[in-house]
Design a protein around this ligand. Structure first.
Ligand SMILES: Cc1cc2nc3c(=O)[nH]c(=O)nc-3n(C[C@H](O)[C@H](O)[C@H](O)COP(=O)(O)O)c2cc1C
Length: 178
């Protein structure tokens, strides 16, 4: 299976990066082909809403790192979204990427892809992750993709917190089982 992992934290060695690393390790051990796109270290401009792309009929007018991501995104069977919780939602870095899906909307929608959400946050309650999970599920439903799993790593405000937790093992096992 071809997998695209989109990370979106500005911390290369942060909590959500660790979940992505572990899922990738498991997925590669299981023989999957993984492409990783670290949105926090790429140049992704906001969607202009100009509609020149016709939501999938013409190329986006902007030239940036999305040109690197798009071929992998379109080919992938599974897309992993890794994000820290920022004000109860996805990071701005991830939102920029998802908004730019618009230029390929008609090709992405109904493409039979699966999706995974890996989210980390400082708060210790599942309640804090309620809206990010709902947002993810709504996007997956809209694109007519299939939800292949969610890991919400609560109580993980820093690397040392998540390293002590069971969440990296969950991500590894998820990757192995994909
Ligand atoms: C701008 C910003 C907003 C945040 N908002 C929340 C939040 O709403 N709830 C929460 O529990 N933690 C929040 N956090 C904490 C991060 O989600 C947490 O530290 C996470 O582990 C960071 O992930 P990273 O190491 O992958 O960057 C926020 C952090 C930042 C910098």
């Amino acid at each position: 299976m071809k997998i695209t992992v989109i990370t979106s934290s500005p911390h290369r060695k942060g909590t959500s990066a660790l979940l992505a690393d572990e899922l990738i390790r498991g997925a590669q051990e299981a023989g999957h082909d993984v492409f990783r796109f670290d949105a926090g270290f790429e140049q992704v401009k906001p969607c202009l809403g100009c509609d020149r792309c016709g939501a999938g009929t013409a190329k986006c007018v902007q030239e940036d790192s999305m040109e690197k991501l798009n071929p992998h995104l379109l080919e992938s069977d599974l897309v992993v979204f890794a994000t820290p919780l920022y004000y109860y939602g996805i990071s701005a870095q991830l939102k920029l990427v998802i908004d730019r899906f618009y230029a390929n909307n008609s090709r992405l929608m109904g493409s039979g892809k699966k999706a995974v959400l890996l989210a980390t946050c400082a708060d210790g309650t599942d309640e804090s992750m309620k809206d990010i999970v709902a947002h993810y599920r709504t996007i997956v439903r809209y694109l007519k993709w299939e939800d292949a799993g969610v890991i919400t790593a609560t109580g993980c405000g820093a690397r040392e917190d998540i390293e002590k937790s069971d969440f990296p093992a969950q991500a590894y096992n998820m990757g192995r089982a994909l």
